[in-house]
Design a protein around this ligand. Structure first.
Ligand code: SAM
Ligand code: SF4
Length: 457
């Protein structure tokens, strides 16, 4: 195997030249935004190696599934879809099938693939993008299977990227997580926290804005830890101020913010900025202090509420959204009532709700369940029904206002344009195909369950 990247590329090109057709690659990402962002780099590398990208796996010579490990149900779906590739592989023996992303980090998944899915030849751990060329060449050179674990550093800043959108872009500011919430597999599969250099982030964001991107989504498992371990003295609010100073017509969003590290300085920075949305995704996970302790979240409901109250005292229309886990092993009916009280008090615009999924190797996976699955399902139903009413009532604060929205796509059923406002709310409006990708001024004339309705003015 050549060690040098030029030799590796030449080796792959020599193989691709023997194909009787244009070599094609299909990359499919699952899970969180960070995975989609990694997927754009996998696409960039494949295109750079000479593959044409295709949305159709049946046409592809390389298929990469870039999958997420956070919940078991999503993993089973990926395994099912990998199984469905078997007939395609039988028709095209040169097809290379690979699994990458944090799901590929799990030893159980690797063992299953080795045993039951021998046609999956590439297994690349989370963030191991740089290894893709050498792994492909290894497989083309006859290696039975190429496996690698996570790349613990930062991805090479010069990796090519094929962006999925011309007007929205995700930009990772940090990788990994140090928090070890007892239910979560992320720290085991994505390694410890490491931050990108502020200059590299600023250069990337500046370039995107110059290309006409209107929405920058900054990503990290806990963006509020940004800067720890860097030589430069910098924290997340100061990074935000630095990016906000870039001239242009755009919004900045970010996720996720761990409540233990979110500060009034963060809120002040958001409110005094020109471009940062007035909405914070602040995942609380549950509204019971006993469960928060068992989850190792390192804050209490009271501490969490302090930041919400601080923001709302400064801007009463400030929006919050959250992740909530229902059915954590120790959760009782009484704990769940705490969650119901919390959603009444905060008035979230939006909730991302998950039924707890045990993940092997995490401390919570060994905890006995205090509730039955029926009780947990009933709690989830109640939570969603009530939250729908709360969102609708609170969304009414925008009725009659003129707001800016980035039109992202057209709803295939209603034909309406869909986009998000500076407060992170989904807004629907009649408009044309040409409006997609534009920032529009819209007057809010109606409120739906989770969204607003308006007319372009
Ligand atoms: N780092 C982010 C944070 O702490 O807010 C979240 C990253 S995690 C990929 C996204 C969400 O998945 C979490 O906020 C949590 O609600 C959910 N999650 C993580 N592990 C889970 C599990 N084992 N079962 C159900 N939901 C889980
Ligand atoms: Fe998982 Fe907690 Fe880290 Fe978020 S902060 S990625 S929930 S361990």
């Amino acid at each position: 195997m050549p060690e040098n990247s030029v030799q590796i590329r030449e080796g792959i090109r020599a193989v691709l030249e023997t194909f009787q057709h244009t070599p094609k690659a299909h990359v499919q990402s699952f899970g969180c935004q960070l995975n989609f962002c990694d997927g754009e780099k996998y696409k960039g590398i494949l295109q750079d190696l000479g593959y044409e990208l295709t949305d159709t796996p049946e046409d592809a010579d390389v298929i990469l599934f870039n999958a997420c490990a956070v919940r078991a149900h999503a993993e089973s779906r990926v395994i099912g879809r990998l199984g469905a590739l078997k007939p395609i592989k039988e028709r095209n023996p040169r097809l290379v099938v690979g699994l990458c992303g944090c799901m590929a980090e799990e030893e159980e998944v690797r063992a299953l693939l080795r045993k039951s899915y021998p046609f999956v030849k590439l297994i690349l751990g989370a963030g191991a993008m740089e290894r893709l060329p050498e792994s492909l060449l290894a497989v083309y050179s006859g290696e039975k299977r190429y496996e690698t674990l996570a790349f613990a550093g930062l991805p090479d800043e010069t990796l090519p990227t094929v962006r999925d959108s011309s007007f929205q872009a995700s930009v990772p500011v940090m990788y990994g997580c140090n928090n070890f919430c007892t239910y979560c597999i992320v720290p085991y599969v994505r390694g410890r926290e490491r931050s990108r250099q502020p200059e590299a982030i600023e250069q990337e964001v500046r370039g995107l804005i110059q290309q006409g991107v209107h929405e920058i989504l900054l990503l990290g498992q806990n963006v509020n830890s940004y800067g720890r371990g860097l030589e430069t003295e910098i924290n997340f609010p100061s990074l935000l101020r630095r990016l906000d100073a870039i001239p242009g017509d755009y919004f900045i969003r970010f996720m996720s913010s761990h409540p233990k590290d979110a500060t009034p300085e963060l809120i002040d920075t958001m409110l005094s900025s020109e471009h940062i949305e007035h909405h914070l995704h602040l995942p609380v996970q549950c509204g019971s202090n006993a469960v928060l302790k068992a989850m190792n979240r390192n804050y209490t409901v009271e501490k969490y509420m302090e930041l919400i109250d601080y923001a709302r005292a400064k801007a009463s229309d400030f929006g919050f959204s959250s992740d909530l886990i229902v059915g954590f092993p120790t959760e009782t009916d009484e704990d769940f009532e705490g969650t119901m009280r919390l959603i009444e008090t905060v008035k979230y615009d939006n909730l991302y709700t998950f039924i707890y999924s045990p993940r092997a190797g995490t401390p919570a996976a060994k905890m006995p369940f205090a509730s039955t699955q029926e009780q947990i399902a009933a709690r989830m139903k109640r939570l969603l029904e009530r939250q729908r009413e709360i969102s609708e009532a609170f969304n009414a604060r925008f009725l009659g206002q003129r707001v800016r929205m980035l039109a992202e796509k057209r709803d295939p059923e209603t034909g309406l344009l869909l986009g998000k406002t500076r407060h992170g709310l989904v807004l629907e409006t009649p408009g044309t195909e040409q409006d997609i990708g534009r920032l529009l001024d819209v007057e809010v004339t109606g409120v739906r369950n989770w969204s607003l309705y308006g007319e372009i003015r």
